[in-house]
Design a protein around this ligand. Structure first.
Ligand code: FES
Ligand code: ZN
Length: 303
């Protein structure tokens, strides 16, 4: 491991990574005994490895793990992701809820993007956040866990800094508290784990994941460029990234607090920064009617 200047065998490497996730959970108080944790599984290496590690820690910490996957309706790519998440759910013996976008909205992400004339990743983000939160609320989950890793988080922080979107920065903390009964708490247990190590962990433990990128993803973004350059810097100065994130968390309260207070959407009751939430707005534009209330009902029935 370049960043720690360590050479480890498979067994000790596994221990190292699992301990690191455990320490992240404790340090930032991410999961408590008795919690119900809902993990959003995309099928990519990060969320799949996180599912695997959390399943190992569940006894020691004493929490319940639920998995969920959103079938985005992106052709072969989505078929593959569904296969992978089914496999991991069986392997680690954790219940899996698959939400199928084509069943809920009658269309998938590609059509939704076309009809709203917005970039696919932006509508996809709105839909994912909405459905994941709605499911967590229905399940009465204590938190939603996501697979964001150390490299992702540092990249996001640097991007917000570059465009001087300082109010967005506190939202990049390892734990974001929810509110009442409509906004779930979000946690990132891989906050201090290098992407490279996650890849290695998957390889060494024969964990299958979807290797190809989403076919709709835009490669030419500030984020992807920044990440590449961060990799070069880390290579030159091992440990730079982890040192940065730890100091960042210590300094969190020095950043300006977000001004936009979270309200409830007047149509579906879910969190929104304006009168109507983005999910209701997008579906109104694409389908002629806001689908928030219907989606919530759909999820309620599944749960
Ligand atoms: Fe959302 Fe590709 S995964 S647009
Ligand atoms: Zn709404």
């Amino acid at each position: 491991m370049h960043h720690s200047r360590l050479w480890l065998c498979r067994e000790h490497f596994n221990k190292f990574i699992e301990n690191r996730v455990m320490r992240t959970i404790k340090r930032y108080n991410l999961i408590r005994r008795g919690d119900r944790v809902l993990l959003g599984l995309s099928g990519g290496k990060d969320s799949v490895v996180l599912a695997y590690i959390l399943s190992k820690l569940r006894e020691t910490i004493g929490f319940k793990l639920y998995l969920t996957h959103l079938n985005l309706g992106i052709g072969e790519y989505s078929k593959k992701t569904v296969e992978i998440v089914r496999k991991i759910s069986e392997k680690i013996n954790a219940p899996l809820i698959i939400l199928d976008l084509r069943e809920i909205l009658s269309i998938g992400i590609p059509e939704l993007a076309l009809k709203t004339r917005r970039p696919p990743c932006s509508v996809c983000g709105v839909v994912k956040r909405y459905l994941l939160n709605a499911l967590a609320v229905e399940l009465k989950a204590d938190s939603i866990a996501t697979g964001h890793n150390l490299d992702d988080m540092v990249t996001f922080i640097l991007r917000e800094f570059l465009v001087q979107n300082l109010e967005q920065i506190p939202k990049l903390a390892p734990r974001i508290e929810g509110a009442e009964d409509y906004l779930a708490t979000k946690i990132k247990p891989l906050y201090e784990t290098y992407e490279e190590d996650i890849k290695k962990y998957a390889e060494l433990n024969n964990i299958d994941y979807v290797e190809e990128k989403c076919p709709l993803a835009d490669e030419k973004t500030i984020t992807s460029s920044l990440k590449k350059h961060l990799g070069i810097l880390e290579n030159k100065f091992p440990g730079l990234t982890i040192g940065f994130i730890r100091r960042f968390v210590k300094n969190l309260e020095k950043y300006p607090k977000p001004r936009d207070t979270i309200r409830r959407c007047s149509i579906c009751g879910m969190p929104s920064s304006g009168e109507v939430c983005s999910f209701c707005k997008i579906t109104q534009k694409a389908l002629g009617k806001p689908m928030g209330p219907y989606a919530r009902e759909y999820i309620r029935e599944i749960v």
